[in-house]
Design a protein around this ligand. Structure first.
Ligand SMILES: [Zn+2]
Length: 483
């Protein structure tokens, strides 16, 4: 056990899912050819004026309400001044003193079911910068302004996270919430969700904070966790050697698996924030906020509570199923198909989704959206079990084939002759044959040694190649043994 604990705060930059940029009409589409989504506003020509995108404001408000933060009726834009080639205006428009959302929280839960509330300090809106391209261009750099002016939300957590794992849980939770709200696609590889981590250590039980370092631009949950774990070890080593931590900004090198210094506090920028003169304060009426609140979708936490109440699922099961909207939708669609066929089996469906389906997807490195078995197909497979057409054991086998070949459950069962024999005459004939071949066991049974029943059932199953409907077999056999 380490004598230290790590203190982590995360700043998440979420690209909002607006069709156009925050202050002009240019497209925000990802992957377009460089500098094809640029206008005089993006390129900061003199004399142009920004016009605020209503949708971006609504997205920020939606997010603020979902984390139970205070959505402010007055917020302001500031200019954050610095010089860099990918920032043609020489300043970034951001909310500095009066952000749109103050306060809020998210609940995280670890595998043991321990829940913790992580505070959120603020959400502010800002614009993204362009991109400098250095690779493959000897002696020069290119600048792509397609991203310039893309609307971002910066979601700043309190320093409430206490391990790299917790940081990962928080990010997953936040990503699921943003996706559910439809405000960000959460795609970390494409940069629509990026994260800076503030990391410090302190002796366990201490209440003051140690000197922190900021690790910039982490682009996957795994890298966030690796970078924090590595940085924590670095701090402990320095402190145990009698040194002290230098407050600085660091970069994560995923290839080397280490962080390196980018700039120290002394070299830090003085941004000279001042209110943006081209944009008036952003005013929101209580009516507009109430309207946005009324239109919020069912949030992951609410859905989880409903799964527990309506379907009788455990907190753990409900948590797994609602961790991603697509998975919860999959589960509920399958239940709907079952209901139409006259069956109710939420626990059974949950077991299949969490066990067989997620197991297969994890092993194959697939997301639920890429599942080779659709929710309807899985439901039809389960209906065949509930109707007694196939046994649960056979269903597992059919499911494996559906994953491998993408086939329909009914077709696989028919092609391979897997259907259970529910034909009373056929089972009765098999029973008669078995009883005739085993007179000693029949006599034992009739003399009160009822445990030979298991042997006789096994014989009939063998005779029907395991396809006799077990319920029907038991009933018929008991009747015949009574004589
Ligand atoms: Zn533009």
């Amino acid at each position: 056990m380490s004598a230290y604990e790590v203190v982590i705060g995360l700043e998440v930059h979420a690209q909002m899912l607006t069709a156009s940029k925050i202050f002009c009409g240019c497209s925000t589409r990802f992957g377009a050819e460089a500098n094809t989504q640029v206008c005089p506003v993006c390129a900061a020509f003199p004399g142009v004026l920004p016009v605020l995108n209503r949708q971006a404001v609504e997205f920020a408000v939606r997010t603020g309400l979902a984390i139970e933060g205070e959505v402010r009726t007055v917020s302001e834009y500031s200019r954050k001044n610095y010089f860099y080639p990918d920032l043609p205006a020489g300043y970034q428009i951001t909310q500095y003193e009066l952000p749109i959302v103050l306060g809020g929280h998210l609940e995280i839960e670890d595998e043991q079911g321990r829940r913790r509330r992580i505070g959120i300090t603020r959400i502010h809106m800002e614009v993204d910068a362009g991109k400098s391209l250095h690779e493959g261009i000897p002696g020069a750099s290119w600048v792509d302004l397609n991203r310039t002016g893309v609307p971002l939300m910066e979601i700043v957590s309190e320093p409430d996270l206490r391990s790299a794992e917790e940081a990962g849980l928080y990010l997953k939770k936040l990503r699921a919430l943003l996706r559910c709200l439809g405000v960000c696609d959460g795609n970390m590889e494409q940069g629509s969700l990026r994260c800076d981590a503030n990391v410090s250590i302190r002796p366990k039980g201490a209440t003051t904070f140690g000197t922190r370092c900021e690790i910039k631009n982490l682009n996957s949950i795994r890298n966030v966790q690796r970078a924090i774990a590595w940085e924590m070890e670095r701090h402990i080593e320095i402190v145990e050697d009698g040194g002290s931590i230098v407050q600085e900004t660091r970069l994560w090198d995923a290839n080397k698996g280490e962080t390196r210094s980018m700039r120290s506090k002394e070299e830090a920028h003085d941004y000279r924030y001042f209110p943006e003169p081209d944009l008036p304060p952003l005013l929101l009426t209580e009516e507009r906020i109430a309207k946005i609140r009324a239109a919020l979708p069912e949030l992951p936490e609410q859905r989880r509570a409903r799964f527990e109440a309506d379907y009788g699922l455990s907190g753990y099961d409900a948590g797994v199923l609602t961790a991603a909207m697509e998975l919860a939708d999959y589960f509920e669609t399958a239940l709907g198909v079952l209901r139409e066929a006259g069956f109710q089996d939420p626990k059974g469906v949950a077991n299949w989704v969490m066990g067989d389906l997620l197991g297969y997807l994890n092993r194959s490195g697939l997301e639920i959206g890429d599942s080779p078995v659709s929710s309807t197909q899985l439901a039809r497979l389960l209906i065949m079990v509930l109707e007694g057409t196939i046994s649960g054991k056979m269903a597992k086998q059919v499911f494996g084939q559906m994953c491998a070949s993408g086939g329909e459950p009914e077709a696989i069962v028919a092609e391979q002759g897997l259907a259970q024999v529910s034909d009373q005459g056929a089972i009765a004939a098999a029973i008669d044959a078995v009883l005739a071949a085993n007179p000693a066991q029949v006599a034992q049974y009739r003399a009160g040694k009822t445990q030979v029943m298991g042997f006789l059932v096994g014989q009939v199953m063998k005779a029907t190649k395991g396809q006799a409907n077990p319920g029907l077999l038991n009933t018929l056999l008991t009747e015949k043994l009574k004589g």
